[in-house]
Design a protein around this ligand. Structure first.
Ligand code: MG
Length: 143
């Protein structure tokens, strides 16, 4: 069956899923988007490998500042700086031996480059069920 997600093809039972930080899993006040912990936990249990990356200058502190602080460490394999300019080429130049199978990002350019799911931006804390939709879409891509 053809993948329902643009740019996401192939064997998808166990994917490398890359999550953006700002406005994707975290609001600008540093609070976590609703259902991120639940969805990370479930995706990990489903066999996927989760990564967190950020294009922000503070990306080096993503592990401490975002992943650890929000209790996501058990679910996240690694954290990276997200390439912004000519992203696929830039990623190939990093020497990092991990390829995103599916990205989750509020930024269309990242999804256009790597494939995945565009989420509604989450700039400020509030009620939100976007992560539940992400989980359903990942599951749909797997079957
Ligand atoms: Mg973002």
């Amino acid at each position: 069956m053809k993948s329902p997600l643009p740019g996401v093809e192939g064997a998808l039972a166990e994917m490398n899923i890359f999550f953006d930080v700002d406005e994707t899993i975290q609001a600008y006040d540093g609070s976590l988007r609703p259902f991120v912990v639940e969805v990370f936990s479930q995706l990990r249990a489903d066999g996927h490998r989760l990564y967190v990356w950020s294009g922000a200058r503070t990306a080096r502190s993503v592990r401490d500042g975002v992943v650890a602080r929000h209790g996501l460490t058990p679910y996240v394999v690694d954290c990276f700086q997200k390439p912004i300019v000519n992203p696929r080429w830039a990623w190939s130049q990093t020497g990092i031996d991990v390829q995103p199978d599916l990205c989750v990002d509020d930024r269309e350019e990242t999804i256009a480059a790597f494939g995945g799911i565009i989420v509604a931006p989450y700039p400020y804390p509030g009620p939100d069920e976007e992560m539940k939709r992400v989980y359903k879409m990942v599951c749909a891509a797997c079957h």
